[in-house]
Design a protein around this ligand. Structure first.
Ligand code: UDP
Ligand code: MG
Length: 324
């Protein structure tokens, strides 16, 4: 019997645990032909999420396992830990708040059996605000224009990954992660299906505007070096313009003598150049920061405990880097 792991990264999701329990029981009833593993990753929750996970594992150790991270690392790293500890032949990533409906799982499994390695779920008719939808649309378009690897729009982490994809992702040990870009990067046979996102029923969303901005910038800088090129092109254009202007000034000065006015021109040029320099410096800094964080070669995370079916887990607990 094929084993499927459902990965549920959770940060302060105490209130969703009951819902998870119901949903996972339903998944088992709906898909009896598979062996199920429900892998919960506690991402440094400050509420009683961990205690609830421990209880789930105690009540049903055959199906529930959990990894307790040493602090809050963010969802990307929590998923990375999930990839490391998943034991299934395939992995389905879902949000712990159960915004992802379990009724598309049979469809995912069907396509997987047909030979697809990455069955990703695309959001349809989302009930998010117009602004949020539009900005995400623009963002995808921008990202896509910067790279020639196809990017799936309106697609998040809700997807089924074959073991081949998991093994590929496990070898990508960068700590500044943009997992969405990685799914595209690794390739393999992909298939999109549609789903309707549910309202969050318990707890609160963990994303603030600032964290979305951070995610967006990280998404670009971890995915492509195109902005560095932008800095060079901008510099080139400005230099060219400045050079033409220089010739113009020399000619005009020689023909008509030197007028004393010119304060506005100087001001504008100064400010413009200053702006371009800061922008370029900022872009370089973004990448330098990234390099700084990666060259330290730290493991992506540490864990307090793991309880589950992965047998070589104890040796793995401290040094996740050994994988690379
Ligand atoms: N999450 C996490 N670590 C974090 C923030 C979020 O593991 O630091 C998990 C969270 O528990 C949930 C998923 O990531 O399972 C998505 O988070 P959320 O529902 O807050 O995001 P939204 O659905 O609003 O995009
Ligand atoms: Mg959510």
């Amino acid at each position: 019997m094929k084993k499927i792991t459902i990965l549920l990264p959770a940060y302060n999701e105490e209130a969703s645990i009951a819902l998870i329990e119901q949903n996972m029981a339903q998944v088992m009833r709906d898909n009896p032909g598979y062996d199920w593993e429900f892998l919960l990753v506690n991402d440094g929750s400050t509420d009683r999420t961990l205690q609830q996970m421990i209880r789930l594992h105690r009540d049903d150790p055959a199906h529930y396992s959990y990894v307790d991270l040493s602090r809050n690392y963010g969802k990307e790293i929590a998923m990375m830990a999930g990839f490391d500890y998943a034991t299934g032949d395939a992995l389905i990533i879902m949000d712990a708040d159960m915004q992802h409906p379990i009724d598309v799982i049979p469809e995912m499994l069907r396509y997987w059996q047909e030979g697809y390695d990455d069955v990703y779920a695309q959001r349809q008719g989302s009930n998010e605000s117009w602004l949020k939808r539009k900005t995400s649309q623009w963002y995808y378009r921008l990202l896509q224009s910067l790279t020639n690897i196809p990017i799936q729009q309106d697609t998040g982490d809700f997807r089924l990954l074959d073991r081949s994809c998991i093994e590929a992702l496990k070898r990508m040990r960068e700590v500044e992660r943009n997992t969405k870009g990685m799914y595209s990067w690794i390739g393999f046979r992909k298939k999109g299906i549609f789903y309707r996102q549910r309202e969050r029923r318990q707890g609160t969303s963990k994303w603030s505007l600032m964290s979305l901005v951070n995610l967006a910038l990280n998404g670009i800088t971890s995915y492509t070096t195109a902005p560095l090129r932008l800095a060079s092109i901008l510099g080139l254009l400005v230099s060219a313009a400045a050079f033409i202007y220089l010739i113009y000034i020399i000619v005009v000065t020689n023909l008509y003598g030197e007028p004393v006015q010119g304060y506005p021109t100087i001001m504008v040029t100064l400010l413009f150049l200053g702006g371009v320099q800061l922008l370029s410096l900022g872009i370089v800094g973004e990448y330098l920061g990234r390099v700084f964080n990666e060259v330290k070669r730290r493991p992506g995370y540490f864990i307090n405990s793991y309880n589950g079916n992965r047998n070589d887990a104890s040796s793995h607990a401290q040094a996740t880097e050994a994988e690379s």
